[in-house]
Design a protein around this ligand. Structure first.
Ligand code: GDP
Length: 337
């Protein structure tokens, strides 16, 4: 199965030229290759990425998170349309670890952003699926590079604010936006302190109708809460604002703040410093993922693990000893080669 080569694959050159011309069909097909686990596709993907790499990076990468129901898709639809009026090209990607379990993604569904999905200047790609969050994040990172090479200069990476995926998104973006609601404590919204701490901007959404006053109060509370955190290395102080995605209020202000942030960090050198750091981190993520794949993908190892599991339960071996034993076995398999 692994050596199976799909018939409809084109040459690397065709994909590369297509992407650089901004051809959306070829871009989509190249992303499918990146997401594929076939060995032949992995080689093709590497060739494509290597070639487009010099043309990538010219964008602002924005991470967006918030619990389900906060209004992420409504916000992205309004925000994306606003950016298009400003002559930007927007790519919307998502990291959704739930898709690997339920096989149904709660993010990145095109029907959630209908108008944007039909716009020529926007490109929406649902979350890649995968066995691990790290694997999904790596694929999304490569997809982002392809989108940049295809001319998208604003990249939005969306994730659900309930787990570890926001750390992954934070690790690959320049600006991190947290959507919140008024009238519910952080605990109620499932937002952990660590996520608040990563935010460059908190937007209290649904500030419309009866909610306006409560949203203004929440804004003050969040401003106070953010003050407790130590000053970020970027030199930027996180801002809090209110918005109504549905009524298109406060959306332009979000872009204004992001532009201010970009100007500041480009000027003080943090923009490049952070991206360099992220590149290095990305290499380590890839190493980690590949090591895990080699280890758990080995038939010998998986057979032995099954029997070790039994030995642990019957107290024949301690978990620590079992781990040491299996690592030794893994090392042996390399020495043989
Ligand atoms: P997501 O799960 O975070 O993507 O949230 P959605 O964008 O799907 O929105 C969840 C619900 O909140 C939908 O019924 C939206 O119509 C509603 N909603 C989103 N933004 C606003 C807003 O600014 N004001 C109000 N009143 N409702 C909103």
């Amino acid at each position: 199965m692994k050596n199976y080569k799909p018939k409809n694959r084109l040459s690397a050159k065709t994909y590369i030229e297509g992407i650089l011309k901004g051809d959306r069909v070829l871009l989509s097909r190249a992303i499918t290759i990146i997401e594929s686990n076939l060995e032949s596709d992995k080689l093709l993907a590497k060739e494509i990425i290597q070639a487009i790499l010099p043309k990538s990076g010219n964008s602002i990468r924005i991470g967006i998170t918030g619990v389900p129901g906060v209004g992420k898709s409504t916000f992205i639809e309004a925000f994306g349309k606003h950016l298009i009026t400003k002559k930007h090209k927007v790519a919307i990607l998502s990291i959704d670890p739930s898709s690997q379990r339920s096989k149904g993604s709660i993010l990145g569904d095109k029907t959630r952003m209908e108008e944007l999905a039909n716009a020529e200047e926007a490109y929406i790609r649902p979350s890649a699926s995968g066995d691990t969050l790290g694997g999904v994040a790596n694929k999304t990172g490569e997809t982002m590079l392809l989108c940049e090479a295809a001319g998208y200069d604003v990249i939005l990476i969306e994730t659900v604010g309930v787990g570890q995926s926001e750390t992954a998104v934070h690790g690959m973006t320049d600006f991190f936006l947290l959507l919140m609601l008024s009238g519910a404590g952080d605990e109620l919204q499932g937002i952990k302190k660590g996520i608040m701490e990563m935010a460059d901007m908190v937007v209290i959404n649904k500030a419309d109708g009866d909610n306006v006053r409560k949203s203004e109060q929440a804004k003050i509370q969040y401003q106070n809460a953010l003050h407790i955190f130590p000053q970020s290395e970027s030199g930027w102080s996180p801002v809090v604002s209110t918005a109504s995605a549905i009524k298109n209020i406060g959306i332009d202000n979000v872009w204004k703040e992001i532009t201010k942030f970009k100007n500041l960090v480009k000027e003080n050198g943090y923009f490049d410093k952070n991206r360099n750091h992220q590149q290095i981190q990305w290499m380590y993520n890839n190493i980690n993922e590949e090591l895990k794949r080699l280890f758990y993908g080995s038939k010998n190892i998986s057979t032995q693990l099954t029997s070790l599991e039994k030995d642990i339960i019957t107290a024949k071996i301690s978990p620590v000893k079992a781990a040491q034993h299996i690592i030794e076995e893994f090392k042996k398999s390399f020495n043989k080669k």
